[in-house]
Design a protein around this ligand. Structure first.
Ligand code: PNW
Length: 482
């Protein structure tokens, strides 16, 4: 009996390799402005926090590099569109640089050269039949807004909305998918709570929650603006991209801890927007408020939404953008340590299993089953939202022969098909990170995620397909895992 059952499971898994992706499923690829564009101070562009951080504190970047030139996509954008054509993708996810539109963030006199650049790009993209998926904010806030507190200052909601309005006004006719914010967990927690990304504030358990509170409200404000004024004109969709590791319980006793970590990582953002009750996850509110009072705070360090805000935020996404790379084993770590920090709030420790294959990035191991479990968890936790996988990828140190990346994509897309066909998760699209090697934040140009390799020693920055690009191209063409 058991053997027959196991046999059936193996047979179903093999079968997955032969089934095509659903007819309405779309394939794409992802990039971001600061990591690709270069041209950091030309054509009226102002400095963002990434320009400032890389220039003033190069020691924070593994190879002391920056995005001043990056892939020079600002000048080589026509070539980039040829790559997209070569791959055969149906959509392209890229971000707009806020500082090309409002160079110092002040929402007056948008920079016409910046608008022209994205207009030309969108025209060419759509005339090639590629759907644009535009990230409004992929971490590169204008430096002058940061000086006023950036996302820790609630006034940012108005600045961000004014910026998004310019994008909707000028580009809304061609953009089918809008992503308000890329990975608030990395931006707020790791960039404000820690110093792993700009603006490197490093006040854990306080600055991260302030940033998060305003970023969620800013997201909701922009969603409502689109819904109220633009949807009837352009019929596009607005979502948000949330990153999530799968956290697997280390032992049976760690089930609560693993779930708590999922809530602190992705529930932080997803619960207010996608859950039926709205607001921050209950476990986050409880743990942070209890800790805060033990520490002597007169309030909970996690700010509170009003009842009106909870209702205003709930339901503000047409799709769940999901960025996923890896999995960790999670263990309960409840303790009496009263140091103020995000880690002391969630009280979970996690690590990768030493038997897993590893990427070049310190945090990346290859665990395809974690991807499938996560997709199923999203379905079950948030009443089956439409999901677009807006990032998934593997890092190495470069080179056009990349068998590990090919293997990674093959296994992760297999897990994706199982999620679609066996678990009935509503995944409608998939976009690997990333089109070509680019500026990988604090890892500079050391760790590479591209499907196309870029020779950074050649001033022309030539792009060449890696084996993984050829593999992905075949998958898109046949709509099957080859
Ligand atoms: C994403 N982690 O960030 C970003 O959206 C991209 O800009 C970035 O280049 C890409 O993933 C690769 O790093 C993440 O620690 C950074 O698990 C770190 C993690 C996840 C996503």
């Amino acid at each position: 009996m058991l053997f027959a059952f196991l046999g059936l499971v193996i047979w179903v898994c093999r079968l997955i390799l032969a089934v095509p992706f659903p007819e309405d499923f779309i394939f794409g690829v992802s990039t971001a402005a600061y990591q690709n564009e270069g041209a950091w101070n030309t054509s009226g562009k102002g400095p963002s926090i990434w320009d400032t951080l890389t220039h003033e504190r190069p020691e924070l970047i593994l190879d002391r590099s920056n995005g001043d030139v990056a892939d020079n996509s600002y000048n080589k954008w026509e070539e980039d569109i040829e790559l997209l054509n070569d791959l055969g993708v149906q959509f392209y996810r890229f971000s707009i640089a806020w500082t090309r539109i409002f160079p110092d963030g002040e929402p007056i006199n948008p920079n016409q050269e910046g608008i022209n650049f994205y207009n030309n790009f969108l025209d060419q993209l759509t005339s090639n039949g590629i759907l644009p998926m535009v990230t409004i904010f992929h971490w590169d806030i204008p430096e002058s807004l940061q000086k006023m507190g950036g996302f820790m200052n609630p006034r940012i909601i108005d600045y961000y909305t004014a910026y998004a309005k310019v994008l909707f006004d000028h580009f809304g006719d061609r953009v089918k998918y809008w992503i308000t914010i890329n990975e608030p967990k990395q931006y707020c927690q790791e960039g404000h709570g820690e110093a792993s990304y700009a603006p490197a504030i490093n006040i854990s358990g306080v600055a991260d929650y302030l940033c998060g509170h305003n970023i969620i409200r800013a997201h909701a404000a922009v969603y409502h603006m689109y819904d109220d004024y633009y949807r009837s004109l352009y019929d596009g969709e607005v979502g948000i991209s949330l990153s999530g590791h799968w956290f697997e319980a280390y032992t049976r006793d760690d089930e609560d801890a693993a779930e708590r970590m999922r809530q602190f990582y992705v529930g932080w953002w997803a619960n207010p927007i996608f859950s039926s009750e709205g607001d921050y996850p209950k476990v986050m509110k409880e743990f942070i408020s209890k800790r805060s009072s033990q520490q002597g705070y007169p309030w909970s360090r996690l700010p509170e939404f009003t009842e009106d805000e909870i209702n205003y935020i709930r339901g503000t996404a047409d799709f769940f953008g999901f960025n996923h790379y890896t999995t960790f084993m999670a263990q309960n770590a409840e303790s009496d340590d009263l140091t103020v920090s995000y880690a002391n709030d969630h009280q979970v420790i996690f690590a990768s299993d030493p038997t897993w294959a590893r990427g070049a990035s310190a945090w990346l191991s290859v665990v395809p089953w974690g991807f499938r479990k996560y997709l199923k968890w999203i379905k079950d936790t948030y009443s089956s939202p439409i999901i677009y996988v807006t990032e998934n990828g593997f890092s190495d140190h470069g080179g056009l022969h990349d068998p590990e990346r090919v293997q990674y994509y093959k296994q992760y897309m297999e897990a994706l098909l199982e999620a679609i066909y066996i678990d009935e998760v509503e995944v409608k699209g998939y976009a690997p990170w990333t089109l070509m090697d680019n500026f990988e934040w604090f890892d500079g140009y050391v760790n590479r995620f591209g499907l196309y390799g870029v020779d950074f020693s050649d001033p022309n920055l030539p792009r060449k397909p890696k084996d993984s690009a050829k593999y992905y191209k075949e998958v898109i063409k046949s709509r099957r895992l080859v």
